[in-house]
Write a protein of this length. Structure first.
Length: 133
């Protein structure tokens, strides 16, 4: 598990450094904050009394899946190894959006609007947190 976490952090750090070296400082900062922002979002959603118990269990299951040392595609495979994690996160957030709770994601998101919009797009929602038609 330690190797998987180290690999994910390394890929993330290389992407942030690449953006910074390319002169895209704003994008580099947004990417650098994306994972911590997602963790804060999960914590806030778990603490929100408006989130039903079934959705909280889904979030706990997601956190457990992400913490497991094995995945559908092993994390030591660059890019593809992290892609399955992104897909699982998007599916969980999509269930929030489809259950009418997309506005909670927007309300609790601690990061920049551009990152939130990308996250909502992955989850199949518009910028307001509603299901795209």
């Amino acid at each position: 598990m330690l190797v998987a976490v180290a690999t994910a952090v390394l890929v993330w750090a290389v992407a942030v450094a690449g953006l910074a070296l390319a002169g895209r400082g704003t994008d580099a900062r947004a990417l650098a904050r994306f994972i911590p922002d997602c963790l804060v979002l999960m914590k806030r959603l778990l603490a929100d009394p408006r989130v039903p118990r079934s959705r909280k269990l889904l979030l706990v299951g997601l956190l457990g899946y992400l913490a497991l040392p094995f995945d559908l595609v092993p994390d030591f495979i660059p890019i593809a190894g992290q892609l399955d994690d992104v897909i699982v996160v998007a599916l969980v957030l999509r269930s929030f959006v489809r259950s009418g709770r997309g506005e909670l994601i927007r309300e609790h998101w601690p990061g920049p609007a551009e990152s939130l919009n990308a996250l909502l797009w992955m989850a199949g929602a518009d910028q307001g947190g509603r299901v795209r038609g």
